[in-house]
Design a protein around this ligand. Structure first.
Ligand SMILES: Nc1nc2c(ncn2[C@@H]2O[C@H](COP(=O)(O)OP(=O)(O)O)[C@@H](O)[C@H]2O)c(=O)[nH]1
Ligand SMILES: [Mg+2]
Length: 333
């Protein structure tokens, strides 16, 4: 039986074979396995790739030292929680840890010296009816680049590039981060390209917003460092730890950039449950909402009733009905 591998599999395989860094090689191996169609024709190929993954995993965990002490943590991956995972990256001292501290329950080390943050640290941020996960990270600069940052960024749903606009050399420091990541095949972009227009599958395009942090310098003067001229098209949100309103704007900008909708459920004869919405991509249908809730639900589905803006209360709809943010849905099975 032929394997019928997708054309970009071979491209990615070439990149995989040439890659020397075991962590990146491991990530590429997992990607290749995910790309393989799962049928009899690829059984052998799948088994071989799984064996490679297992070998690379051992190598990464032992830090490349044969027989060396195994490190329990893998820094290149943070388990996702909540409605989306947002990674805060940027040059040293720009205020990444201060933002995590101000917006979540996490307690990072904040310091006026560079390189205080040594490892990724996650915290949960509440936004209206949902929680969004923020991940603080070590800086990216000519003096420090942690390879695991590539894994962290590739896994995230959204990147926030935190620029300290009252820091000396802000523009160059931010440019360094964009360039360094591009050199490692991670492209920070304001709009994701259509999947069928991506020529090089080894590139990861990551949706990014820019945070113009420390908009007030120590003298209270309003600052900027030319970000809107240097990065046209990007959402740029001005923030300061000292100004609660700017932090609220930042939360809203994150929610908007995540590009998700919240759909609430209600059971027949009860009020809607606003505590735990189903998180979906925009333009999702009632069927996709049912599927996200439970596979069985989607199969047994008869019809649904919808409440929301621009609908009649309790309007009866079929599974192809397209949902909007804030809709309430009652499944009838
Ligand atoms: N003026 C001003 N300083 C800030 C602000 N946020 C953080 N800082 C200071 O900037 C320095 C670096 O902050 P930190 O959060 O550790 O930066 P990180 O290295 O990017 O994690 C600390 O001295 C903070 O007190 C802000 O909004 N305005
Ligand atoms: Mg920090």
């Amino acid at each position: 039986m032929p394997a019928n591998l997708p054309p970009h599999y071979y491209e990615l395989e070439r990149v995989f074979k040439a890659e020397k860094d075991p962590k990146e090689k491991l990530r590429l191996a997992r990607e290749l396995l995910a790309l393989m169609p799962k049928h009899k024709g690829t059984d052998k190929l799948q088994a071989e790739m799984k064996a490679k993954i297992s070998k690379l995993n051992k190598e990464v965990v032992s830090g490349g030292k044969k027989g060396g002490a195994a490190r329990s943590e893998t820094l290149d991956h943070v388990d996702k929680e909540g409605a989306g995972q947002v990674v805060l990256i940027g040059p040293p001292n720009s205020g990444k840890s201060s933002l995590l501290d101000a917006l979540t329950n996490a307690k990072p080390l904040i310091a006026d010296y560079s390189y205080a943050t040594r490892e990724p640290l996650a915290g949960m941020m509440s936004y209206e009816t949902i929680s969004i996960q923020l991940v603080d990270t070590p800086p990216i600069s000519p003096d420090l680049f942690e390879n695991y940052m590539l894994g962290i960024i590739r896994n995230a749903d959204l990147v926030c590039m935190v620029a300290g606009v009252s820091d000396n050399g802000c523009a160059e420091r931010v440019k360094y981060v964009f360039d360094k990541l591009a050199e490692r095949r991670v492209i920070l972009t304001h709009t994701l390209p259509d999947e069928d227009k991506i020529d090089d599958p080894s590139l990861a395009h990551k949706k990014t917003i820019i945070v113009a942090h420390k908009i007030y310098d120590e003298g209270g003067e309003l600052r900027s460092c030319g970000l809107s001229e240097d990065y046209p098209g990007f959402t740029i949100v001005g923030t300061s730890i000292l100004d609660e309103g700017t932090l609220e704007n930042f939360k809203k900008a994150i929610f908007t950039a995540l590009d998700i909708i919240r759909v609430y459920t209600k059971t027949i004869g009860h009020e809607a449950d606003f505590s735990d919405p189903i998180i979906l991509k925009p333009e999702s249908t009632v069927e996709q909402a049912a599927f996200a809730l439970h596979k069985d639900f989607a199969y047994r589905f008869q019809y649904a009733k919808i409440w929301g803006e621009g609908k009649f209360d309790g309007q009866r709809v079929q599974k192809t009905f397209v949902l909007s943010d804030g809709d309430i849905i009652e499944f009838h099975i």
